[in-house]
Design a protein around this ligand. Structure first.
Ligand code: FMN
Length: 198
């Protein structure tokens, strides 16, 4: 292929990419559950439905390897996701309570945040100032006290602002009113950030 042909091919690929891959989302959700159509996914979708410029990424759709002390997984899907987080203004995690803790999918992702404290420190620094929220479901009427701190403390570690958690018992239908209130709270975080930046 000629140089001009190659350039045309590269441009064609860029412009034919789905829009979500080109335009960063202001609000990026990260869902980690063993059930793609389960209680946590339903609650997260209800919260995200009214939010503009928001995307919900399901960790089950990505290949992310467990943390490796020798950083031998630079080519998996973690760094592209970390770049999306760095480009977003607000981050929303969604996880069920599995054995008093976050899901295994989410924990694996959280362990990989360690990459952002070493080889990819610049991406870690880019997280500072963002707002972070948590959506969770569990079998009990209330979450265990130990559930929220790994999220809120990790947010604090990266100098992000902790926005709080929406928790609902998974055996009940989604509380649409509470979900809408939480959507508003997340959208309010974006408005606040715009005021701070102005
Ligand atoms: C592996 C596993 C462990 C669980 N552990 C807990 C628990 O420790 N505390 C709790 O309240 N519910 C627990 N549950 C119930 C789930 O948190 C609850 O059903 C949740 O809504 C499931 O969300 P999902 O549909 O996204 O998987 C557990 C469920 C599973 C499958």
């Amino acid at each position: 292929m000629s140089d001009g042909g190659e350039l045309a091919e590269v441009l064609r690929r860029i412009f034919e990419r789905p829009r979500s891959e080109v335009a960063p989302s202001e609000i990026l959700g990260v869902l980690g559950t063993s059930n793609n159509d389960g209680n946590t996914a339903a609650l997260a979708r209800a919260v995200f439905a009214p939010l503009p410029n928001a995307a919900l990424v399901n960790l089950n759709d990505l290949a992310i390897a467990p943390y490796d002390y020798l950083n031998r997984h630079d080519n998996d899907d973690f760094l592209p996701l970390a770049e999306k987080l760095a480009a977003a203004k607000t981050i929303v995690f969604a996880s069920p309570v599995y054995w008093y803790a976050m899901s295994a999918q989410m924990k694996l992702f959280f362990d990989r945040l360690t990459d952002l404290t070493g080889a990819h420190k610049q991406l870690g620094k880019a997280l500072a100032g963002k707002s972070v929220f948590l959506i969770a479901t569990g079998g009990s009427p209330l979450p265990p006290a130990s559930f929220e701190p790994p999220f809120s403390e990790t947010a604090r570690y990266f100098s992000m602002r902790w926005g709080g958690m929406l928790y609902q018992p998974g055996d009940k239908p989604v509380d649409a009113g509470a979900a809408k209130d939480f959507s508003n709270r997340i959208a309010g975080g974006i408005r606040e950030a715009s005021v701070r930046a102005a």
